[in-house]
Every structure is written in C-alpha cells, then in structure tokens.
Design a protein around this ligand. Structure first.
Ligand SMILES: Cc1ncc(COP(=O)(O)O)c(C=O)c1O
Length: 225
C-alpha cells in the first residue's frame, strides 16, 4: 500500500543528504561483495568506552528512565561547566548550557531560533551538507564564500569573507576543524571572524553564536552526515 503525502514546502526544499546517499551506495556495493573504501559518514574508530557504557547501565538500573529537564540534567550541565573551565573557558555557568542529543540537534535549534523568512546565512565552502538543509528548513537564504583557492584555509580568505558578509547577513557559520576538508583554522582567523565586521561601516553585525575560543586548538576532525 502506498500513501501520497502532501509534504510541506519547507520539507520539499531540502535535498536528500549527499553523504547518506554515498554511504547507502557503499553499503549496497559491499553487500554485493565489492571491496569498497567508504569515505562518506565519519565516526570515531573506537567502541564506546566501558565507563560510559557502565554509567548508562547503572542509570537505567537505578530507574533513571523518565523525562529529564528539557535543557539537560543539572548534574550533567554542572559537569559540562567543569569541563569548559578545565579547557580555559571560564565564563560559562549552567544557565548558558543546553544539552541536546547531538550537535546536529543543537545547530538545528540555533538556526530555527535565529533565522526569519529570507534571512541570509553565510557558509564557508566546502561546508557540511546539513547547514544548507537547516537554512532551507528555516526559510533562510544561503550565500557562500569558498576557501578552495586558499588551500581550504580561512586566514588567507578573510578579505573575501569580509566582502561576502554584509549588513544583510544574519548568521555566519564557521566550522573548525572543517567538515568535509578537515582544515583547522588558525586562532587569528577565528578571532577575525568572530570580531567581524571591524573593517566595514556596518551598523549591525551578523549574529554570532560562537563558542569562545579555547586556549588550545583541536587537531582531530570527524565528519558525518
Ligand atoms: C560539522 C559538523 N557539525 C555537526 C555535526 C553533527 O554532530 P552530531 O553527530 O553530534 O549530531 C557533524 C556530524 O557529522 C558535523 O560534521
């Protein structure tokens, strides 16, 4: 039996994820016995650590299976604040923390909270495929600035970024280490992009939903759908 759904416009605007399409194709080819090197969906190459599995089991055994506060279990939020403090990010309290089931959910919520109809979002290309889908679901519009001519680095592309981002830009998305290229942007590039637009006459600046910069730069990246 098949059903014809009249999907909402915002759903029809979104393209299926190219990453998932490649991953599904790779799985099909593998099932046919082909030798496939699948570089699509990225996941950690280790099992969930034992202490985490045990903590999840202990919580279930203790009956902690009901609804939690919608923005996160207080003890978890306190642990996150402590982790931030250990990383040198001392300005956050539990009021600044929302726990979500994954980064994708957190980003989706940010986009939904910030983008109004037609608002412009600037993506630094190549960009993680989900950003565009999230903009479209929020009925925003995308502008792009490519780092391809700069070895996928941001610092040499800052002038182009300043030319691309304008008064009409509501949100600038800066992702480091970058998916899909894995580039780690320099501290200088990140500071320039969060303090932008210092070199324009703009009276308003794009919304900055940035993490404060840690004192050390992460060196690993895992890409995914
Ligand atoms: C750049 C980027 N942001 C966010 C996410 C989503 O992370 P999560 O798996 O925690 O939802 C991914 C996952 O692939 C990603 O590549």
């Amino acid at each position: 039996m098949s059903y014809e759904f009249d999907f909402a416009d915002r759903v029809q605007r979104v393209e299926p994820s190219a990453t998932i399409a490649i991953s599904n194709l790779a799985a099909e080819l593998e099932a046919e016995g082909k030798d496939v090197v699948d570089l699509s969906v990225g996941e950690p190459d280790f099992d969930t650590p034992e202490n985490i599995k045990q903590a999840a089991k202990d919580a279930m055994d203790a009956g902690e299976v009901g609804y939690t506060p919608s923005n996160g279990i207080p003890a978890l939020k306190e642990a996150i604040v402590e982790k931030f403090e250990a990383d040198g990010l001392t300005q956050y309290g539990t009021d600044n923390i929302i726990v979500t089931p994954g980064g994708k959910q957190a980003l989706y919520e940010v986009f939904q909270s910030v983008i109004d109809d037609g608002d412009e979002v600037c993506l630094i290309d190549p960009a993680w495929v989900s950003y565009e889908a999230m903009v479209k679901l929020a009925n925003g519009s995308v502008t792009r600035m490519s780092t391809a001519d700069h070895g996928f680095d941001l610092e040499p592309a800052l002038d182009e970024l300043a030319d691309t981002v304008s008064d009409d830009t509501e949100l600038l998305v800066v992702n480091t280490p970058g998916n899909p290229h894995g580039s780690v942007y320099s501290r200088e590039a990140l500071e320039a992009s969060v303090t932008w637009p210092s070199n324009t006459t703009s009276s308003s600046s794009p919304t900055r939903y940035t993490r404060r910069l840690p004192t050390t730069t992460p060196t690993r990246s895992v890409s995914g759908p």
